[in-house]
Design a protein around this ligand. Sequence first.
Ligand code: UDP
Length: 319
Amino acid sequence: MRVLITGAAGFLGSHLCDRFLRDGHEVVGLDNFITGHPDNIAHLMGNERFSLLRHNISEYTYAAGPLDGVLHFASPASPIDYLELPIQTLKVGSLGTHNALGLAMAKGARFFLASTSEVYGDPLVHPQVESYWGNVNPIGPRGVYDEAKRFAEAITMAYHRAHGVDTRIVRIFNTYGPRMRPRDGRVVSNFIVQALNNEPITIYGDGSQTRSFCYVEDEVEGLYQLFLKGDANPCNIGNPDEYTVKQLAEIVVALTGSTAPIVYEPLPEDDPKVRKPDITRARAMLGWEPKIDVREGVQRTIDYFRTLVGTPRMAPRGR
Ligand code: UDP
């Protein structure tokens, strides 16, 4: 197969490139590097089955040659990124998805949308099953991401129904691992980077809110299997092991041996109180489930961030 992946220099996008290349496929990576980083795909330079297009998918997109798949992974994906880049976030979820769908249709390719557990908002159903419609504040700070992804799901289903495009929608739950941006702002990267830099570890609120953390290798295998074997209806891919944010802080402190203090900061607006995927559908349809437990995954992520200690990428944001 020959596939095009938007957001190829991002955290998930770059691992997905690796997954396709590992099976002998050809990958066209597309990125405009607003949140992606060249280091994430540096190892692919010189690989004759990989090529890179530096382009913004929110603009009209031309790609030469045949394509069997278009996988749309480009988007700011961290709450602090979409606060800084609200218009770009809305555009890549709406215009970017439209352009990527148009490209897939023109090439007769399968389309794969990276959607998110954020479509469930601050969920009133727990764990979240795909049939749940969600509880989203459209005008809150997270609305630019949540509503763009909800629109993206709607237009993907419209292309499927109206134009017969072969489509997939994955709802990705909190994922972590090597190649996360050190100052991305997400909880796993924040805690590890803070612990390694001996900075205070920042728990927002009282730390009783929950998330369910999936190691990137498990997540990407689920995405790949969904691309190959799934159907058009949305599918959760994530790890159902649920932890409070406070428990995660304790795990990071224990595994790094850090003596950094824990400090409590205000909870961001509309921060979901709980999150955990129901993965019954993925298990049945794909025969997939996550294998790597949080301690092992966090340890591997610590090992990655240790290699960056002392580099400019580990410096606090804004410097
Ligand atoms: N969080 C925290 N400290 C941090 C960063 C995040 O306590 O330094 C909390 C955040 O308030 C949320 C959870 O960790 O409750 C997960 O946040 P993240 O930004 O990783 O992703 P989200 O699941 O909210 O999209």
